[in-house]
Ligand binder design. Structure first.
Ligand SMILES: Cc1ncc(COP(=O)(O)O)c(C=O)c1O
Length: 397
């Protein structure tokens, strides 16, 4: 009988999975071009070229690049005029930046619970969190699945709120056939090293509003105005500019994105078909209005009803021992971080977020770019854990 690798058995796989980031001669040639141009900073024409290409791809009019996907959120909040005393509704299931960007502009983050199935902000919980002070909502398209945009747009319109889509996980994802980032007041993307498009670091805001685009650009470029003089500063800004190097790499990454989205979608379907036959985990639920999930993450939910004694941490250790790179995921909802002991925030009850952190781990998107034989190893490893779930939970092998 086979033994689990965590208890000394043979692992399913010893060879590494696909590496991330990926690049080819397109990135290399573009970097050489910047090198030889002598214009290495944010005024290299590739920056403006990338801004327009990325905005076009996401069906928005304007693109404003910045140093990363944290300061893009801050710039968006500043551009829409969020300030001290205002409240901004955010999900507790996200990376810390979604909530700390609100603190950084002096406003108060208000955590509303997520939907149990999609892990995205639950519109009913948003309604409960609204007050006279609410000025904006920052939905996160968690893992690459667009948030409930129909309901979010309705709430934002009803209450005259800014809707800043945090699209850090969702490059190219679509809701009812339209790309994310162009629904709200702003869409904010990250190009940090792990993201589906990357230049190591970087970020962009997209919007359809020329005034807001100009304000965000000014915040990111020392308070300058478009067409203004170098030493003319019309508002409080700072230097958040993206460099020519990053724009060069991102143009090549954008060209590769459509094919990668197709590959991830096909492989996610294969995984869903195969893994749904195993009772140890539940595969991602995808809302039928989601027409493209970008699968930055592929979340696996441990079936705790069936295996109440099996912890997420143990499952992850066992799957890793079989040679599958799996991450534990978020250890707790954002509001449990010490930073919120020092800064004002509010929250409703978030039982779905608490449960999610106990039960959900994930593999990241490069696994979904792997070959079918690699994915077969993934399925075989989960099947092995499923078969040995009771002894894994007991821990005695
Ligand atoms: C949901 C979310 N928002 C914002 C960020 C911040 O982006 P960056 O790391 O580029 O600052 C990240 C990730 O890093 C993220 O996952």
């Amino acid at each position: 009988m086979t033994r689990l690798a965590i208890f000394g058995g043979e692992p399913i796989r010893r060879t590494p999975f696909a590496r991330w980031p990926q690049f080819d001669e397109r990135e290399q040639a573009a970097l050489i071009e910047v090198l030889e141009s002598g214009v290495w900073g944010g005024y290299n024409p590739k920056v403006a070229e990338f801004e327009q290409a990325f905005a076009d791809f996401h069906e928005a009019k304007y693109g404003v690049t910045a140093a990363n996907g944290t300061v893009t959120l801050e710039a968006a909040l500043l551009a829409v005029g969020v300030h001290a005393g205002d409240e901004v509704i955010v999900p507790p299931i996200s990376f810390i930046a979604t909530a700390t960007a609100v603190l950084r502009v002096g406003a108060t983050p208000v955590f509303a619970d997520i939907d149990e199935a999609t892990y995205n902000l639950d519109p009913a919980r948003i309604r409960e969190a609204l007050t006279e002070r609410t000025r904006a909502i920052i939905p996160v398209h968690f893992a690459g699945q667009p948030a409930e945009m129909d309901a979010l747009l309705e709430i934002a319109e009803e209450r005259d709120l800014a809707l800043i889509e945090d699209c850090a996980h969702a490059h190219g994802a679509t809701w009812r056939g339209r790309r994310v980032g162009s629904f709200g007041t702003f869409g904010s993307f990250s190009f940090q090293a792990s993201k589906n498009m990357t230049a190591g670091e970087g970020g962009i805001l997209i919007t359809n509003d020329s005034t807001l685009a100009e304000r965000a650009r000014s915040v990111c470029n020392q308070g300058r105005r478009s067409g203004g003089a170098w030493y003319e500063h019309v508002r409080l800004g700072t230097n958040y500019r993206l460099s020519g190097w990053q724009a060069a790499v991102l143009l090549a990454q954008l060209a590769r994105l459509p094919q990668q989205l197709e590959t991830r979608t096909a492989n996610a379907k294969y995984l869903a078909d195969q893994l749904s036959q195993l009772d140890i985990v539940t595969t991602p639920y995808v809302d039928e209005r989601v027409t493209c999930h970008s699968y930055y993450l592929y979340p696996l939910r441990l079936n705790r009803e069936r295996f109440p004694d099996l912890s997420k941490e143990k499952f992850v250790r066992a799957l890793s021992a079989e040679g599958i790179p799996v991450a534990e995921g978020y250890p707790h909802p954002l509001y449990r971080n010490h930073v919120f002991e020092q800064h004002a925030h509010r929250r409703g009850d978030c039982p779905a977020a608490e449960r999610m952190c106990e039960e959900v781990c994930w593999v990241s998107h490069e696994i979904l770019l792997a070959r079918q034989e690699d994915l077969r190893d993934f399925v075989a490893a989960v099947a092995k854990l499923s078969e040995h779930a009771v002894e894994l939970a007991r821990g005695d092998g």
